[in-house]
Structure formats: structure tokens, C-alpha cells
Write a protein of this length. Structure first.
Length: 256
């Protein structure tokens, strides 16, 4: 298995590498992709040294974009990740608001494989040996497919809290209908009444803010158009205080 990480200037990429390592199976190769007009030997040394300290195999690749613009850099990262067959792509961002960043945003939107977007303070996240993931469910086949992907990419001891918002026009299922590995703890489906004064994305982020124990938000994207994550996924991606793991439609990678 191969997973990718977009290497950006500064210490954000090392932070993202630390987070990605928590969800990289043993024996998997991390493809570190640095897309920039000029090489950065210090950054390469930093990333390779950090991967070594984490006990992860990393393949550092330099890509030259036609122009030093966000869209061109993102395109270089995406094409290179496809070349190496990456089944998960990680990117760090320091932005909050209506965009994830000039590089992070197009990567998250255009990637054909699941994307892990890292932002905010990850110190407490990295200090934990096991992670608690808040998994958004809506009773659809897509959310079940995404949940199947999620539990097969977690580590023994990790905890998943599936939840669903009630109050819409869909019946609330009694359970998620997905069998998880025995070494992954899946809590009973949490049903939360939707605040009608908030949109769905705001409701999800409200759950994250009210319960501080969640380390990652997992959500499946409908991806109706090439550059459209869907309004709910987009809102969560831009406003979540924890890393957001976005599952893209119909891509189970090596799990198929």
C-alpha cells in the first residue's frame, strides 16, 4: 500500500506526517511529494528524518510545476500521487474560514482518493496512543462504504463513534450495518437531534466543539462534480478544529 503527503514549506508538513503516520499500515510506503519551482534540501532532510524517527518508509519526490501557483502545485501533487498509486493523500493547512488554503483546497476537492486534511493544534492528538474518530453517518450506502473503508484503515485500539443527525426527512437506522474488525472499538450509533437554526455542517462542528475527546472527523463526500465536495463536507473541512478525513465516492483502493 502507498499513501501520499503533500510537502509544503515550514513545519506544517512534519505535523501532517506525524498525523498521517498514525493511520499508515505497517509496511506501507509514504510518498512525500514536494511540488515547487526549486528544491528544498533542508525540508527534504527534515521530512526524511522525521519519517525515520516514526519508523516509516518514505519516498521523497520532487515535482516542478509550470507556475508557482496553488492550482499548479496541487495538480502536480495529485498527478504524482496517482502515479504512485496512493490510496490516501494527506495535506496540512493553517487556514480557517471559507477555504482550506491555496494548495490544500484544490487537492481536497479534486483528489480521487480519500484525503486527510490536518489543521490546528495536534499536540494532544499526537500524544495519544489510540485515536477516537467521529464518523458521520446518514444511512446511505455511501456512508456505509466510507465506514467500511475507515475501520479497515485504523489501528488496534482505535475507537470510532458513528453518529447521525435526526430531524430530517430520512428514517434513523438502528445501527450502521457494518461489521468492524474485532480490535477496533465501535460505539453504538449516536443519534443527535438537529438544531434547526443551523445547517448540517454547523451541526456536525457543534458536536465536535461540545465533545473535546474526538481526534478526527470522518465524513463521506458525494462529489457530484469534479471540484465539488458537497456543502456539508466543505463546511466541515473549513471549520473543523480537528483533522478531517474525507472519503471519496467509490474508492476502496486495495480493499476491493
Amino acid at each position: 500500500m502507498s499513501v501520499g503527503i503533500a510537502v509544503l514549506p515550514g513545519d506544517l508538513s512534519v505535523v501532517a506526517l506525524n498525523v498521517l503516520s498514525k493511520f499508515t499500515p505497517k509496511g506501507a510506503t509514504i510518498q512525500a511529494i514536494h511540488c515547487s519551482p526549486k528544491p528544498d534540501l533542508n525540508l527534504q532532510t527534515q521530512v526524511e528524518s522525521q519519517a525515520l524517527s516514526l519508523g516509516k518508509e518514505v519516498n521523497y519526490t520532487e515535482v516542478r510545476p509550470k507556475e508557482n501557483e496553488g492550482a499548479e502545485i496541487a495538480d502536480g501533487v495529485l498527478k504524482t500521487s496517482m502515479k504512485y498509486g496512493c490510496e490516501l493523500l494527506c495535506i496540512a493547512t493553517k487556514h480557517n474560514g471559507d477555504r482550506a488554503g491555496r494548495v490544500s483546497d484544490p487537492i481536497a476537492r479534486q483528489s480521487c482518493v480519500p484525503v486527510l486534511v490536518v489543521r490546528g493544534n495536534t499536540r494532544e492528538f499526537l500524544a495519544k496512543s489510540n485515536k477516537t474518530i467521529l464518523a458521520c453517518m446518514d444511512g446511505s450506502e455511501l456512508s456505509k462504504e466510507g465506514f467500511t473503508y475507515l475501520v479497515k484503515h485504523l489501528n488496534p485500539g482505535d475507537v470510532v463513534q458513528p453518529f447521525i443527525l435526526s430531524g430530517g426527512d430520512k428514517d434513523v437506522p438502528k445501527d450502521i450495518g457494518v461489521q468492524a474488525p474485532a480490535d477496533i472499538t465501535v460505539k453504538p450509533l449516536l443519534v443527535i437531534s438537529r438544531d434547526v437554526d443551523l445547517n448540517v455542517g454547523q451541526n456536525i462542528c457543534k458536536v465536535l466543539n461540545e465533545v473535546v475527546d474526538y481526534d478526527v472527523l470522518f465524513i463521506s463526500s458525494t462529489r457530484k462534480r469534479k471540484e465539488d465536495l458537497g456543502s456539508v463536507t466543505s463546511y466541515c473541512l473549513y471549520h473543523s478544529a480537528v483533522p478531517v478525513w474525507v472519503y471519496k465516492t467509490g474508492r476502496l483502493g486495495s480493499l476491493q
